[in-house]
Design a protein around this ligand. Structure first.
Ligand SMILES: CC(C)(COP(=O)(O)OP(=O)(O)OC[C@H]1O[C@@H](n2cnc3c(N)ncnc32)[C@H](O)[C@@H]1OP(=O)(O)O)[C@@H](O)C(=O)NCCC(=O)NCCS
Length: 219
């Protein structure tokens, strides 16, 4: 990254930088998704197919809205975190049903047998969710049309980058006239809940103990 890009990213000196997603980041994004997918911890081997989680919670986002994806590039030049957003969840649901779900169902027609792990979020549920974009249609969609996913590898956590990633996507959404965003969390992920509450997110009326949901205005 050039000095100008580093300054533009707000980094202000050596250290990890936030920059727009590029197509060559795709594998890194998939890897980070897997390494943070078990309630914030490594989900490698938790499901029979390590490709499943990124195919549901990361890759469709960078295909549909690469302009709302930002990555963290570490000092070593490796991508170690991201925020992935969509501005219009309703439009994303339609696109996913048309363009993504058919291929997903073809690649993953049935859930594999359980692995030695016994996650609360089973492979059967993950395979079903991957083919069912309607799961993303929440009652508050008109008021909170955007949604996002954010993940950082452990060495990049706790350094203010999560806050900066959320600020980056919030500002981008606000500049496009999108009023608010929502997100869902794994109920087991207590760290994520604390993070979102610290950033000012509030729990949405449709939130349940099994499916906690939070929202925030973009400005
Ligand atoms: C959750 C996550 C995105 C937070 O990003 P982060 O860079 O670690 O968080 P930040 O350093 O930007 O913290 C921002 C604020 O939240 C607070 N916070 C972050 N994690 C917290 C935690 N586990 N408990 C309490 N507070 C927390 C920080 O203290 C900080 O407060 P401050 O700015 O007032 O000092 C990141 O830790 C992560 O990717 N974890 C693993 C994957 C994951 O859980 N993703 C979310 C899935 S919904």
């Amino acid at each position: 990254m050039t000095d100008a890009a580093r300054r533009a990213s707000g980094a202000g000196g050596p250290g990890p930088v936030i920059r727009p997603y590029r197509p060559e980041d795709r594998d890194a994004v998939a890897r980070i998704c897997l390494l943070t997918a078990a309630g914030g911890a490594d989900a490698t081997g938790v499901y029979r197919d390590d490709a499943l989680m990124p195919e549901v919670y990361a890759l469709p986002y960078v295909v549909y809205a690469p302009d709302l994806a930002f990555v963290v590039e570490g000092d070593d030049g490796r991508v170690g975190g991201y925020v992935l957003g969509v501005a219009d969840t309703a439009g994303f649901i339609d696109w996913y049903a048309r363009e993504w779900a058919p291929g997903f169902r073809e690649r993953h027609p049935v859930a594999g047998p359980p692995t030695v792990h016994r996650p609360a979020y089973t492979e059967a549920q993950l395979v079903a969710d991957g083919g069912d974009p309607e799961r993303m249609r929440i009652p508050e969609l008109d008021a909170y049309p955007a949604h996002l996913h954010i993940d950082l590898l452990p060495d990049l956590q706790g350094r203010g980058l999560g806050r900066r990633l959320v600020d980056t996507v919030r500002t981008t959404l606000a500049d496009r006239g999108v009023p608010a965003l929502h997100l869902g969390i794994d109920p087991a992920n207590v760290g994520a809940r604390a993070f979102y509450e610290r950033l000012g997110f509030h729990e949405l009326p449709s939130s349940t103990p099994d499916a906690p949901r939070f929202g925030i205005a973009t400005r």
